[in-house]
Every structure is written in structure tokens, then in C-alpha cells.
Design a protein around this ligand. Sequence first.
Ligand code: AP5
Ligand code: ZN
Length: 217
Amino acid sequence: MRLILIGPPGAGKGTQAAFIKEKFGIPQISTGDMLRAAVKAGTPLGLAAKEVMDKGQLVSDDIIIGLVKERLTQPDCANGFLFDGFPRTIPQAEALQAAGIPIDFVLEISVPDEEIVTRMSGRRVDPVSGRTYHIVYNPPKVEGKDDITGDPLIQRDDDKEEVVLKRLAVYHAQTEALVKFYGDLAASGEASAPQYRSISGLGSIEEIKNRVFEALK
Ligand code: AP5
Ligand code: ZN
């Protein structure tokens, strides 16, 4: 199974990716998580990326495409993978196509802007594993600690309200065009075209999980 998850910041891509990777036994490739790992390691890429991410803008296509191509050479990607947060621009989608990597499904999780800010303000993450919680909708078993490792949970630097609003604007300006890009590709009838599915991301995490699995049948 090769899958792309599309959706605005806070749509629940990371939350649902955890269920999908477990069910299908495929790795989750989150470009956001990869960039945050580089920031944490203090690499030159991380230092440059942090400045861009903290403003809610996108890291350059060349850097992202390079990162993803390298990731795909690793052996765990041989039987499929799940992209979370990639591609995020038309040039990224075109680079993926040009690399001749066939995709089975593109799944859009749509959530209206009004809901996003509430979700982001309550989000807490384990910076090591990327596991995601919400203080109200998906609280950890022990407050402030990851369920599995017990590591302290943190708030992401780009979850401040003004940065969230900027990220939403960037989504509408640069990423939402992929909905039409992949919708048109699916409708083209080309043998290698992915199937396109869109679901509402409003409802409980469990309800969305059921919708996701239904859409991937
Ligand atoms: P990235 O890490 O990809 O962030 P994002 O797309 O903005 O998405 P989020 O991780 O914020 O949201 P999510 O959809 O995963 O939601 P989650 O499941 O956590 O990117 C960060 C930055 O890196 C970008 O801004 C950019 O600078 C850079 N970057 C990354 N990829 C790039 C690329 N390809 N090109 C260029 N730049 C790139 O859920 C959110 C919260 O809601 C959680 O608290 C969760 O518990 C809760 N929640 C989830 N589902 C529900 C539900 N159904 N009901 C109630 N609460 C819910
Ligand atoms: Zn995420």
C-alpha cells in the first residue's frame, strides 16, 4: 500500500497515520517529523528549517524532495509507505510523479478552519516518537507524559495561534491545489493514477479512523 494523506494543519493526519501504519504494516513518512528531528539534532538543515517553520512557511521544494528521495531508498519502504505532509506543493507532486513512484491512494481529510485553532492549542506531542495527544480530545494516560515511553510531552513551537493562522493561509495558497491535481489525475483513467478519496475530519478520532479504513477498501 502506497498512500498520500492530504489535509490542513491539525486535520488529524498524524493521528490517523498511526492507525494506518499499524494496520498495513507500512512506515509513516512525515516530512514535518523529519524536519523536527533535524532541528533537534541541530544540523545545518535543521537550523535553516526552524526559522521557516516557526514562521509557518514551507521549507523549499528542493530540500524536501531530496529528503524524501533519500528516505525512500531505505529497506522498510519496499512494501509501501504512508506520506504525511508530503507532497505539499504542485512541484513536490510533480517530482514524485517524475520519480515514477506509483501511489495507490490519495486520501484527503478535510476540516474547516474554525476547528483547527482549537485542535492546535490543545495539542501535545512526544518529540521523540512524534506521538500526538490533545489535552481534551485525546489526553495521555498520565498528564504531560507519553503513554508508551513516559517521556515529557511538549507543545510544538509552531502551534502558537498566529503561526497556526499563517500555516492555514499557506495551506490554502499552496497545498489545497493538490486536491484538484490528484482529483484530475484519478479521473484521467491512466492505469498508474492513484485513486482519490476525500473524507470529513470532523467527529471523534475513532469515527474518523473508521471513515479512513472504509475509504481505503
Ligand atoms: P507538519 O508537521 O506536516 O504539520 P501540518 O501539516 O501543519 O500538520 P500538523 O502536524 O500540524 O497536523 P496533523 O494533521 O498531523 O494533525 P494531528 O494529528 O497532529 O509540518 C510542519 C512544518 O514543517 C510546515 O509548516 C512546514 O514549515 C514544514 N514542512 C513539512 N512538510 C513539508 C513539505 N512537504 N514541504 C515544505 N515544508 C514542509 O492533530 C492535531 C491535534 O488535533 C492533536 O492534538 C490531535 O490529538 C487532535 N485531533 C486529531 N483528530 C481529532 C479529532 N477527530 N477530534 C478532535 N481532536 C483531534
Ligand atoms: Zn502532523
